[in-house]
Design a protein around this ligand. Structure first.
Ligand code: PEP
Ligand code: MG
Length: 874
C-alpha cells in the first residue's frame, strides 16, 4: 500500500478517503495545502501503514522505516535543512489523529531533531540560546512522557533542584546552566527510567511514531471506540511536519481566527492572537472576538502582510466549505502558516443568523440554509435559557417535559401558587402530579415540577401548551405535604425556597440561576419564511385558551388542529356548572346545568374563531372521563355539596359510581357522547352559534371542524354525527343563518385504523391522536410509561420514547395503513396529526412520508414544526 502522503503549499497527495486514510489532522492539512494555503511542509503516515505495522507485530516494520527515511530526505530538500546537519538543523513536529476527534491518542511531540549537538547549532543560527534550549528541554520531557510514560512532575522537581544548585530561578540564564540542566535530564532518564533518549534525530522520530501508533490501544481510546462504534481496525494516522518557530521572537506567535463576526454574521476577521506565548489555547475567549486588524494596532503594524494573508486564507476556505471557518494559525518570524481549520462552532441564534446571511450573499441555496439548522434547537430561541457559563448545584433530574428554564419560589398547591403570584412572586408549582384542577395554578406559575409522570403526562401536555417550562418524573425528590417541605439529595427546601428548573435538560437546580430571554429577530423570521416556501404540510396548533391561540398565531400557526374543550371547563367557576351537570340526578337536571354552560362555551369559541379569523379551527368534543371533574379532597367534597345544595352522601355516591379501574380505557371519548348526547348537543350548539356570531363580527365565514374523540366503530361516529347534524339544522332554522361545518374523528385506537375505510365514509377528516394510539398499540399507559421506558432506552430495547417520537415500525405502519384505507374511500379526506409527536422533527419527517396534510402541535413548537416540515421535503 501507499504508506505515506506528502503535502506542501500548493500540492498534496490526497486519497479519496482522506479522513479514513490520513486522520482528521492529516486530511485537513492536505486540504489546506491543496487550496494553495500556507501550511508547513510535511507528510502523513496513513492508517494503512498503521494496519500493516499492527499485522506485522513489529513496532516499526522495515518497509515503513525505509519509506519514512525517504520522506525525511524529501523534507530536507524542500526545507533546505538537514536532520542532524552541521548547519540549519531540520526540526519536526509529530501529531496523531484518528478518523474522528478522540481522547487517549498520543499528544503532539515538537522539535524532534534536537540533540546535544543540534541544539547548539540552532542557538547559533538564531542567535538565541534560551529559545533553542527551551525547545530541547520540551522535547526531552515529551519524549519521556510519550515514549516512556514518565510523570511530568518529575521534571519540575529536577528543574527545581538544578535551579537551587546553580542559583538561577525561572529558567537557566547561561549556556552552561542549560547544558547542566540537560545533563541532569539525561541522567534521570538513564537512572530512573533505564532509557537513553536517542541522539540520532531519525531514531527519535522512529520511537515517537511507534509510541503514537501504540496509543490507539490506550484505555481511553479503546473506551471511546466502543462507545462510538469505531472499529478497532480503523487505526490512526501520524502527521509529521516542519516546525514553525512561533515562540521565537516579537515577529512570532499563534492564534485562532474566524472568517466572520458571529455576532453580526458579516465577513470580518475575528479571533485571538498571542505574541510569542506558549499557553495560548487556555486563554482564548471565543465569546469576545478581537478584530485582528485592530488589535491595539500592534498586529497589523507588526504583521501587515500576515493579517492580509490570513484574511485571504479564511475567505478561500469559507468559499470552499460554504460555511464559517475557524483556523488555528502560527506566525514564525513574520511568516504565516495554517495548522488546522474547521467549520466554526456556533450557538443556535448565531446559526440562524449565519444561514440567513449566507443565502443573502448568494453563497448557499435556501434549502441548504434550512438543513443547517437543527429544528429542535429552535426551542432555545423561544424560551428563556440558563445563562452560560453557569455554576450551579443540581438537586435532581427528571424528564425534560416542556422546554425553557424558570426560577421561582416553590409552592405545593395551586392555591398557594395563586396567592403568591398575586403578590408578584415568581413561583414554581411542585406536585406529585398535576390534575385538571391544577390548571389555574399552572397558569400563574413560572414553571412546573412533578415527581411522577412522563413527557405526555397531564403536567407535560398542559405546560407545553401554555409555554411554561416543566420537569416531570423527578423521582428522587420527596414532597412532605404536612411539613410543606421538598427533600432533595440531602437538602431540605421549605415552601418559599428558591429553585430553578430547566425543562430543556430536565434539571432541578438549587437557588435562582440567571436566565437569558432571547428575542425573535429579523433573521429568525426570514428563516421561517424560507421554511414556509419549502414545506408541503400545513402546520396547525393545539390550543384552547385565547392566550395559546394568540401565541400560536404569532408563531405562524395556520389554524387550530385540536382544541381540547375539557380544558375550558376548569377555568374560574365553570367547574361548578360542570359538577352540577355531572351530579344532576337525571337528564333533565343535566340539561339545565348544561344550559348554564352553553353561553360560556359559546363565548370561548367566538374568541377562538376571532383570533383565528380566516383559518380553520378544529374543536374536539369532550373527551376525559367525568370523574376528572369531580371534587377530590375531603374539603372539596363538602364545599361542592354545600354549593350545589346536594347532600354530601349523594356526592360521595356519585363519585363512587363514576370510579373506574382504567379510566383511560373507560367511559371517555365518544362513549361519553353516546351515554350523554345532551353534552354533544350543548357543545355543537355553542360551536354553531359562535360560528355565526364570529362570522358576522369578522366578516369572513367560519367553517368549524367538529372532531369526535376515541372512535373505534363506524356506528359510534354515525350516532354522534346524527346529533350534531340535528343541532345544526335547529340552529339554522332558529337563526335563519346558513353556515357550513365538517365532522370528523380522531384515529387513536387500533380498531379505528383497521376500519379506517368504513369510518371514512362518514368522516370529513381524520386526525391521528398518536398519544392514545401509541398507548393502545403498545398497551402501555401513557401516564405510567416514564417509570420504565427510560430503562428501555438505556438498555437499547427501544431507541426512543414512542410517546415523543412516533414509533415508525409499529404505530407508523398503522398510520400508513389508515391513510391508504381512508384515501381509497375518500381521496380528498383531510388527514392530520395532533398527538405530541406532531411537534417532533423526527416524527414530522415520517408524517411527510406518510402523506399527511398537516401536523398540529403546541404553540411553542409551531416554528420547530415549520422548519422540520420544510426539511422533510428536501
Ligand atoms: C391523542 O391521543 O393523541 C390526542 C391528541 O388526544 P389527547 O392527548 O387529548 O388524548
Ligand atoms: Mg387522545
Amino acid at each position: 500500500p501507499k504508506r505515506i502522503f506528502t503535502f506542501r503549499k500548493g500540492e498534496a497527495e490526497r486519497p479519496a478517503d482522506a479522513i479514513e486514510s490520513l486522520g482528521l489532522k492529516g486530511a485537513n492539512l492536505a486540504l489546506l495545502a491543496s487550496l494553495d494555503l500556507p501550511v508547513p511542509p510535511g507528510f502523513t503516515i496513513s492508517t494503512a501503514a498503521w494496519r500493516e505495522a499492527k499485522a506485522s507485530g513489529e513496532s516499526m516494520p522495515i518497509a515503513l522505516r525505509s519509506d519514512l527515511n525517504a520522506m525525511v530526505e524529501w523534507l530536507e530538500r524542500v526545507t533546505d535543512r538537514r536532520f542532524d546537519g552541521d548547519r540549519r538543523p531540520l526540526l519536526l513536529a509529530v501529531r496523531t489523529s484518528g478518523p474522528t476527534a478522540m481522547p487517549g491518542l498520543a499528544d503532539s511531540v515538537l522539535d524532534i531533531g534536537l540533540n546535544d549537538r543540534t541544539v547548539e547549532i540552532l542557538a547559533r543560527e538564531l542567535s538565541d540560546t534560551d529559545f533553542a534550549f527551551r525547545n530541547y528541554r520540551r522535547l526531552v520531557e515529551s519524549y519521556a512522557q510519550i515514549v516512556h510514560d514518565a510523570d511530568p512532575t518529575e521534571f519540575e522537581e529536577l528543574s527545581d533542584a538544578e535551579a537551587a544548585e546553580r542559583g538561577w530561578s525561572g529558567e537557566p540564564s547561561t549556556i552552561e546552566d542549560w547544558r547542566a540542566l540537560m545533563a541532569r535530564y539525561h541522567a534521570f532518564l538513564d537512572s530512573e527510567l533505564g532509557v537513553v533518549m536517542p541522539q540520532t534525530p531519525f531514531e527519535q522520530l522512529v520511537e515517537v511514531v511507534s509510541a503514537s501508533f501504540a496509543s490507539w490501544r490506550s484505555p481511553a481510546a479503546a473506551a471511546h471506540r466502543i462507545l462510538h462504534g469505531i472499529p478497532e481496525n480503523a487505526g490512526l494516522a501520524v502527521t509529521v511536519h516542519a516546525m514553525i518557530f512561533n515562540e521565537r521572537n516579537r515577529h512570532s506567535g499563534r492564534g485562532r481566527a474566524l472568517s466572520r463576526d458571529l455576532a453580526t454574521g458579516r465577513s470580518r476577521l475575528t479571533g485571538e492572537f498571542l505574541l510569542g506565548s506558549r499557553d495560548l489555547l487556555e486563554k482564548i475567549e471565543r465569546a469576545a472576538p478581537i478584530d485582528l486588524g485592530e488589535l491595539g494596532g500592534k498586529t497589523s503594524e507588526r504583521f501587515p502582510g500576515e493579517v492580509g494573508e490570513l484574511t485571504r486564507c479564511v475567505k478561500v476556505l469559507e468559499a470552499h466549505l460554504g460555511d464559517v471557518v475557524e483556523v488555528d494559525f502560527m506566525v514564525g518570524d513574520g511568516e504565516l502558516f495554517l495548522l488546522q481549520s474547521r467549520i466554526a462552532r456556533r450557538s443556535v441564534a448565531e446559526g440562524v443568523r449565519l444561514a440567513v446571511e449566507f443565502v443573502r450573499e448568494g453563497l448557499i441555496e435556501e434549502e441548504e440554509a434550512l438543513l443547517r439548522i437543527d429544528a429542535a434547537s429552535l426551542d432555545q430561541l423561544l424560551h428563556p435559557t440558563i445563562q452560560r457559563p453557569a455554576d450551579y448545584r443540581v438537586l435532581a433530574r427528571g424528564m425534560p417535559a416542556s422546554p425553557g428554564a424558570a426560577t421561582g419560589v416553590i409552592v405545593f398547591s395551586s392555591d398557594a401558587a395563586q396567592r403568591l403570584a398575586s403578590d408578584g412572586r415568581g413561583v414554581i408549582l411542585v406536585r406529585h402530579e398535576t390534575h385538571p384542577e391544577d390548571i389555574h395554578g399552572m397558569h400563574v406559575s413560572e414553571g412546573v415540577l412533578t415527581i411522577r409522570g412522563g413527557t405526555t403526562s397531564h403536567a407535560a401536555v398542559v405546560a407545553r401548551g401554555i409555554g411554561k417550562p416543566c420537569v416531570t418524573g423527578a423521582g428522587t425528590l420527596r414532597i412532605l405535604s404536612d411539613a410543606r417541605e421538598l427533600h432533595a439529595a440531602g437538602t431540605i427546601l421549605k415552601e418559599g425556597a428558591e429553585i430553578t428548573i430547566d425543562g430543556t435538560s430536565g434539571e432541578v437546580i438549587e437557588g435562582a440561576v440567571p436566565l437569558v430571554r432571547p428575542s425573535l429577530d429579523g433573521d429568525f423570521a426570514t428563516l421561517m419564511e424560507m421554511a414556509d416556501r419549502a414545506r408541503r404540510m400545513g402546520v396547525r396548533t393545539n390550543a384552547e385558551t385565547p392566550a395559546e391561540a394568540r401565541a400560536a398565531r404569532g408563531f405562524g400557526a395556520e389554524g387550530i388542529g385540536l382544541s381540547r374543550t375539557e380544558h375550558m371547563f376548569f377555568e374560574g367557576d365553570r367547574i361548578r356548572a360542570m359538577r352540577e351537570m355531572i351530579l344532576a340526578p337525571d337528564e333533565k337536571g343535566r340539561r339545565a346545568a348544561l344550559n348554564g354552560l352553553l353561553p360560556i362555551q359559546r363565548a370561548d369559541f367566538i374568541e377562538l374563531f376571532e383570533i383565528m379569523a380566516g383559518l380553520p379551527v378544529m374543536i374536539r368534543l369532550l373527551d376525559p372521563p367525568l370523574h376528572e371533574f369531580l371534587p377530590q379532597g375531603e374539603s372539596d367534597i363538602l364545599e361542592t355539596a354545600e354549593m350545589l345544595g346536594i347532600d354530601e352522601a349523594s356526592v360521595r355516591q356519585r363519585i363512587a359510581a363514576l370510579q373506574e379501574f382504567n379510566p383511560m380505557l373507560g367511559h371517555r371519548g365518544c362513549r361519553l357522547a353516546i351515554s350523554h348526547p345532551e353534552i354533544v348537543e350543548m357543545q355543537s350548539r355553542a360551536i354553531f352559534e359562535a360560528a355565526i356570531a364570529a362570522g358576522e363580527k369578522t366578516g369572513s365565514a367560519v367553517v368549524p371542524e367538529i372532531m369526535v374523540p376515541l372512535v373505534s366503530l363506524r356506528r359510534e361516529l354515525d350516532f354522534v354525527k346524527e346529533r350534531i347534524d340535528r343541532v345544526a339544522a335547529e340552529v339554522t332554522a332558529e337563526s335563519g343563518s346558513r353556515f357550513t361545518y365538517t365532522v370528523g374523528t380522531m384515529i387513536e385506537l387500533p380498531r379505528a385504523v383497521v376500519r379506517a375505510d368504513t369510518i371514512a365514509e362518514v368522516a370529513d377528516f381524520f386526525s391521528f391522536g398518536t398519544n392514545d394510539l401509541t398507548q393502545t398499540v403498545y398497551g402501555i399507559s401513557r401516564d405510567d410509561a416514564a417509570n420504565f421506558l427510560s430503562t428501555y432506552v438505556r438498555e437499547g430495547i427501544i431507541e426512543r420514547d414512542p410517546f415523543q417520537t412516533v414509533d415508525v415500525e409499529g404505530v407508523g405502519e398503522l398510520i400508513a395503513m389508515a391513510v391508504q384505507k381512508a384515501r381509497r374511500t375518500k381521496p380528498d379526506i383531510s388527514l392530520g396529526v395532533c398527538g405530541e409527536q406532531g411537534g417532533d422533527p423526527a416524527s414530522i419527517a415520517f408524517f411527510e412520508q406518510a402523506g399527511l396534510d398537516y401536523v398540529s402541535c403546541s404553540p411553542f413548537r409551531v416554528p420547530i414544526a415549520r422548519l422540520a416540515a420544510a426539511q422533510s421535503t428536501i
